[in-house]
Structures are given as C-alpha cells and as structure tokens.
Design a protein around this ligand. Structure first.
Ligand code: BGC
Length: 595
C-alpha cells in the first residue's frame, strides 16, 4: 500500500498506515443513528510515531460532545496529543472533543493527532468507537488497482500495484503542499490601496498597477492590536471564506510578527513588546493565544492557513549577537521559546501550515552563517511538541530583494582573471548568489538534520524582480568585479542594503510548486508598503517603530551593515508597513517579469 497524499512529515510511504473498512451504518436507537469512519495515518521512526486521526461522522449530527476510543494492539503509549483531550489506560485510549468543538454535524470530520512511543511492531488499532458505537465506514478512502504486463522473449511477468488515495483537500486534511490547487487570498485593504493609486495614475502605468492587485499578499499580524483592529484577523478569515465560495480552496498567509525585542538588529520595525517588560509572557497570552483561538475556529477549517513565522528573528541570533537587544533576546530565551510556543499552538490546528523564516542568500549564505543557522532553527523546531512535524517548510527572502535567480552568473566558482566569481566585492566569498540556490541548499541541510524529505521552501518574490531598463542581459569583463557588476541583476549598491531599495521591482507572481523542493513563490511583503521611515524621528511611534539610518538615502557609515556604501533607500518613505505610493510606483516600473 502506498498513499499519494502524504501528511506533511511523512518520511516514506512505507511508514504510513491507512486504515479503512466498508461503510456500514450501525444504529443503537431509533432517533440517533451513529455511524463513522476513521482515517488513521502514522509517520513513524524506530521508537516513536506521530499519528493523525480523522474522524468522519456518517451518522446523525452530534451536538453534546464526542469521544473516540480504541485499543492499541501493542505497547504504544501516547506522550502528548492535540485537538482532543487524550486519556490512556493500558492499551485503551479515549480522545474527547476539545471544549470549543463539541458538535460534529452529519458528514463533518474532525482531525486529531498525537505523538506516541512504541517498540516492536506498530500495528494499527483494529477498530474505533465513536460515542460507544464501532466505526465501520470509510467513504473518504478509495482504492485503485492497476496492472501492467512486461514481456521478454522467454518469460512473461505481471506486476500488480495497489494505490490508495484520499480525496485532496478534505476538510481537516493536512496537505503536502497547501498552495497546490488553491487560489491566494486577496486582502481587500491592500487591493484598495493599489487600485486607488492606479486610478490616480491612469494610463499604461495605472493598468500595470492594477495587475498587482490580482495577486495574493500576506496579512501581517504585526502587533496585538492588529488581531482586532480594522478588519482584524477574523475579518480577513471571513473574507477568505467568502472568496472561496466558488469552490476553489483559498490559501491565506498570516505573518506572525510580534516577538519581544522584535527586529533586534535594527530600528525600523521595532515592536511593542520588550523582553525586560514581561514581553514573552505577553507574547504568549495576548498575542499567540488569541491568534490560535481564532484560527482554530471550526468555521475556518476549509481554509488553508499558512503561518509565516517571525521574520528575521532566529537569523538575528546567529549574526547579530553583538547588538544588545539581540543578545538579550538570545540569553533570555525569548525568541526561541516564543517561536516554540507559536509553533506548538499553530501546529495543533490541522489546516494551519507553518513556514519558518531562514533569512536570505545575502545574509546567511556564508558557510559560517549557514551551518549555525540550520542548527539553531532545527533545534528550535525540534524542541516543539511535534518536533520536526510542527513545520511544513521554510521561507526565505522575506521583505528582501535578493533575486530568485542570477541568470547571468549561474556559477559562483567560475574563474574570471584567475579568480572565482564568489570572491568579487559584491559577493565577498558568499557562494550563494540567489534564493533558488540558497533555498535548495538550506532544504538539503534541514533534511540532513532530520527534517522530512517532503519539506517545502517558499521564496518571497514580491520585490526581487530587478527589471526595467538597467537589467543586464549578460556578463563580461576581465576581472571578477567587472564581470559580476556587469552581469548581476541585483543592482543593490551593497548586498547588505535592505530598506526601500531604489531600482528593485516586483518579482515572479505568486506561483504554486514553481520548482523542485519549493512549495511556492509568495508575496509576503506587500509591494508598496514601506520598510522604514527615511527621515529622523524623535523616537519610536506608537507601535515602537523608529528611524533606522539604513532607510536614509544619504547615510553612508556602517561597516557591518553595508560596507560604508550608500543605503540605496528611496527618499520620502513613511514608517515601516505604511503605504508608500512612490515606492509602489518604482516597484511596478521595475517589475520582472514586466506586468
Ligand atoms: C513592518 C510591519 C508591516 C510589514 C508589512 C514590516 O516591515 O514592520 O508593520 O506590517 O512590514 O508591510
């Protein structure tokens, strides 16, 4: 048996068990006909396993709570579970509905899960009971058998393969890649900003602007207030439900971005919570808990919700511990524990898919950064309840402008004038020139570190297009610097520049499964929203944001940040996250592919 729809974390088809039986409706009384089927999926290793159990109610609606029971055939022992309250006595297990979800309408399903230990065999429980009645139906599972015959001159062999499939996108099912077969959520507030600027601009440029609004952008929960203010998280999810009313599932990306000491190496996106002011406890109770409670509302379970976890945070603990706020975020454990808490809460919701930030090629590409980054990020995730299975993958280039590909410089080891391209001033020996190569290598390293081979990468392509008239079409020159500078599409003055980059353009449109190992190109940073205010301020604004010199076009002076180059930032930009029409216009003019 092999299954075509592996739950995320499925290491190998052989490790997956799918149990189903024939549909028989049993009835215990005249007015309440119970009936149920159970889909029991296991992802196991030598001594333990994670199970995802989907309970389908085929009988009358249940309103007063439900309990699913089974007996393990071996010595399986549950260590922790989610989306139900588990109790085990010997081999007997009961899983009771979560308090927020006592109902199970006819035809509805609930997905619960647990981690467990075992030794010897890990056989599937032979039967399950729902509210005391044995489940004997299995309508979500189909079995297909194909037969192929191969003949040689003297022998004839017949091979029979049996394939078990489940219908993709069942409510509560956790898919291998949530982007496939879904349409992206269009944030009406962002669409309104774009379209009103397009109206005011008019002409061909206005038409190009309008095309941007047809692409999905992420919703940023960038402060506690964002959960409820304006449209709020509930409003976005309700709107996403409305957008899915035609039948195509909607994927909505929610950026989780409020750790204490946020943006610890810079000032532009400093946040409201501080480690020294009880920030971690507030992050958990006032920020993550309410977000998780909203996302877990059963009415949203058909949405595919992508959690984008804490931009820049763990990478800052690798490269910026010389900055006091990063050192404090590290020594207090606030970043690591905050992320673990967020992952524990969000990974307990079956239709949430978590992607953790991994910086970008121009930041973590050096081996001396990449190795420790993988170690820190991997260990952080392994410290969660579901371990490596609490994430679905990783996201690079968030709010940055590193290109997806450097088409004119495909080989960092190419010799020009007896020097490798990677030794050029622009690359400073960093062998990763683009996000495709960087993401591929990071993915391989995470898999080597114990993550499932199915993990998927995302690249934020919202502003890494580098089109327009200055885009080079080839490379030439007899020195590495001449060659690299003539050929690179990344026109930044220094790879460390990050704020409102002049000349950058909108990149590849959001795309599902664009290349091997990548779940999607995504637009996490909504194009046209500022990275930080260009001019000096008298202190933080009400959200904690401040002026960072890297957003000042005239600043030239940080050896570590940008080698004392100019910042390349656009003039006139407002605070981070605010709508910046001139920035948007420039991104549209420099889009690649053109809009
Ligand atoms: C800001 C956030 C904003 C996000 C998206 C970040 O730089 O700090 O407040 O929501 O960008 O624009």
């Amino acid at each position: 048996m092999s299954a075509t729809k592996l739950a995320r974390g499925g290491a190998a088809a052989a490790a997956l068990t799918l149990c189903s039986g024939l549909l028989i409706l049993a009835s215990t009384s005249a007015n309440a006909a119970p009936g149920c089927s159970v889909d029991y999926r296991v992802n196991q290793w030598d001594t333990g396993f994670t199970a995802n159990v989907t309970l389908n109610n085929l009988g009358d609606a249940i309103s007063g709570g439900w309990t699913l029971e089974w007996d393990f055939p071996g010595n399986q022992k549950i260590t922790n579970g989610w989306s139900a309250t588990f109790a085990q006595s010997g081999q007997h297990v009961s899983a009771k509905n979560p308090s927020w979800s006592p109902t199970l309408p006819t035809g509805a399903s609930a997905t619960i899960g647990f981690n467990a230990s075992y030794s010897g065999a890990n056989a599937t429980p032979p039967s399950f009971k729902l509210n005391g009645t044995t489940c004997s139906g299995g309508p979500t599972t189909t079995t297909s058998t194909s037969t192929s015959t191969s003949t040689s001159t003297s022998t004839s062999t017949t091979t029979t393969t049996t394939t078990t499939t489940t219908t993709p996108g069942q409510p509560g099912e956790h898919l291998a890649n949530p982007y496939v077969g879904a349409k992206g959520y269009l944030n009406p507030d962002y669409v309104a900003n774009v379209n009103s600027l397009a109206d005011a601009t008019g002409g061909a440029l206005g038409t190009s602007m309008r095309k941007v609004a047809q692409n999905s952008t992420a919703v940023w929960m960038d402060r506690i207030g964002a959960i409820t203010a304006g449209r709020g998280l509930t409003g976005h999810l309700d709107e996403a439900l409305r957008q899915s009313s035609g039948g195509t599932p909607v994927v909505i990306q929610v950026v989780v971005y409020d750790l204490p000491n946020r943006d610890c190496a810079a000032l532009a996106s400093n946040g409201e919570l501080k480690v020294g002011e009880n920030g971690l406890a507030r992050y958990k109770a006032e920020y993550i808990d309410p977000i998780a409670a909203i996302l877990a509302d059963p009415k949203y379970r058909d949405l595919r919700i992508v959690g984008i976890i804490e931009p820049d945070s763990l990478p800052n603990l690798v490269t910026n511990l010389s900055k006091p706020k990063c050192a404090e975020a590290n020594s207090s454990g606030a970043y690591v524990q905050g992320i673990q808490y967020a992952l524990n809460k969000l990974s307990a919701i079956p239709n949430v898919y978590n992607y953790v930030d991994i910086g970008h090629s121009g930041w973590l590409g050096w081996d001396s950064n990449m190795g420790p980054s993988v170690q820190l990020i991997a260990n952080t995730i392994k410290g969660t309840t579901k371990g490596v299975n609490s994430v679905d993958g990783f996201v690079s280039n968030m709010a940055n402008t590193s290109p997806t590909d450097e088409p004119n410089l495909p080989d960092p080891n190419l010799n020009v004038g007896s020097q490798q391209l990677r030794s050029a001033t622009f690359y400073q020996w960093n062998p990763y020139f683009d996000e495709a190569d960087f993401g591929t290598e990071m993915r391989n390293r995470f898999i080597s570190a114990g993550f499932p081979s199915g993990i998927g990468m995302l690249i934020d392509t919202s502003r890494n297009g580098w089109g327009g008239p200055n885009r080079p079409t080839g490379a030439s020159g007899s020195t590495v610097d001449a060659y690299v500078n003539s050929g690179r599409i990344d026109r930044k003055l220094h790879r460390g520049n990050w704020c409102n980059q002049a000349g950058s353009g909108i990149g590849e449109r959001p795309t599902a499964a664009p290349r091997a190992g990548f779940d999607a190109y995504v637009w996490i940073k909504p194009p046209g929203e500022s990275d930080g205010i260009a001019t000096k301020t008298d202190g933080p604004n009400e959200e904690g944001k401040q002026h960072d010199p890297m957003c000042d076009p005239a600043f030239r002076g940080d050896e570590q940040a940008n080698g004392r180059n100019l910042t390349g930032a656009m003039a006139g930009a407002p605070h981070a996250g605010s709508w910046f029409p001139a920035g948007f216009t420039s991104l549209v003019q420099n889009a690649y592919p053109a809009l």
